[in-house]
Design a protein around this ligand. Structure first.
Ligand SMILES: Nc1ncnc2c1ncn2[C@@H]1O[C@H](COP(=O)(O)OP(=O)(O)OP(=O)(O)O)[C@@H](O)[C@H]1O
Ligand SMILES: [Mg+2]
Length: 261
């Protein structure tokens, strides 16, 4: 569904240039859930923005569903760290915003919007304003808004990082359910190893300066998963430990014949 081939991105500014990503090769299958982890500044958000078509790679090519990505697309939804709801619009009207932007009939989508809100436990809140909701509830509204267009691809940049641990876990469980029901292809950036292990089929570990793929870890734990006491606690612990070690390694090993100055 998503294919990156030899993707690099360099930013050039007044104080020199930063190579944010180098030589990224990655294929994300249809319906797959891939998490991306790595230290701050290793290029995770850049990677998502490239796939979303919000910026172009310096080198390499990105395709989604076989088509080269050159601009933002309707079948790709992006969810950011903060909810970014329109404060003067009701919850329901916030969820319906994309349908207005794309000029789709509102009446047809109103029912769907209500279903989505119900699915994330917000039925009864349709007419409230965003400031009347908690941060976690607002992020649920954003999640519904990104689902209303039934995207084939969802790109999520640390969507739960501003929330407390329990709300995060609750939303992660909900996202798992959404993923199982809607079978969208998801790329999910997170700082949390727990979240990655809970959600992903595979976890891409990026190393910094320049951002490169250090390793891809398969998470072969049956779903639905939970972080609490469960039948797969041992596997969860093993995957978490492996990711932890990969993230703690200071530098990637220098490839033979390379790295000399
Ligand atoms: N628009 C930009 N202009 C210049 N440099 C940028 C720009 N966006 C990102 N960078 C640089 O590219 C590198 C990667 O940034 P990016 O935001 O992708 O990292 P990240 O992994 O998402 O970090 P964090 O975990 O802190 O969100 C950083 O060195 C950053 O300074
Ligand atoms: Mg980021």
């Amino acid at each position: 569904m998503i294919r990156l081939s030899g993707v690099s991105r360099t930013f050039t500014g007044r104080s020199g240039s930063v190579e944010a990503l180098r030589g990224i090769d990655l294929h994300v299958g249809d319906g797959e859930f891939v998490a991306v982890v790595g230290r701050s500044g290793c290029g995770k958000s850049t990677l998502l923005r490239l796939v979303a078509g919000l910026m172009q790679p310096t080198k390499g090519e990105i395709t989604v569903a076989g088509e080269r990505v050159t601009k933002a697309r309707r079948d790709i939804a992006m969810l950011f760290q903060r909810p970014a709801l329109l404060p003067w619009r009701s919850v329901l009207d916030n969820v319906l915003l994309p349908t207005e932007i794309f000029g789709w009939p509102k009446s047809k989508h109103r029912q769907r919007a209500r279903q989505l809100l119900e699915m994330v436990g917000l039925d009864g809140f349709e007419e409230r304003l965003p400031h009347e909701l908690s941060g976690g509830m607002q992020q649920r509204v954003s999640l519904c808004r990104s689902l209303i267009s039934e995207p084939r691809v969802m790109l999520m940049d640390e969507p739960f990082s501003a929330l407390d641990a329990l709300t995060r876990e609750e939303l992660s469980v909900e996202l798992q359910r959404v993923h199982m029901e809607n079978s969208a292809t998801i790329v999910f950036v997170t700082h949390s190893i727990d979240e990655a292990v809970l959600l992903a089929d595979r976890v891409v570990v990026l190393s910094p300066r320049p951002g490169q793929i250090r390793q891809i870890v398969e998470i072969d734990i049956p779903r639905p998963r939970s972080l609490g006491r469960n039948a797969h606690a041992e596997e969860v612990a093993r995957c978490s430990a492996e990711l932890h070690e990969l993230l703690m390694e200071r530098e990637a090993p220098v490839p033979a014949g390379g790295g000399g100055h």
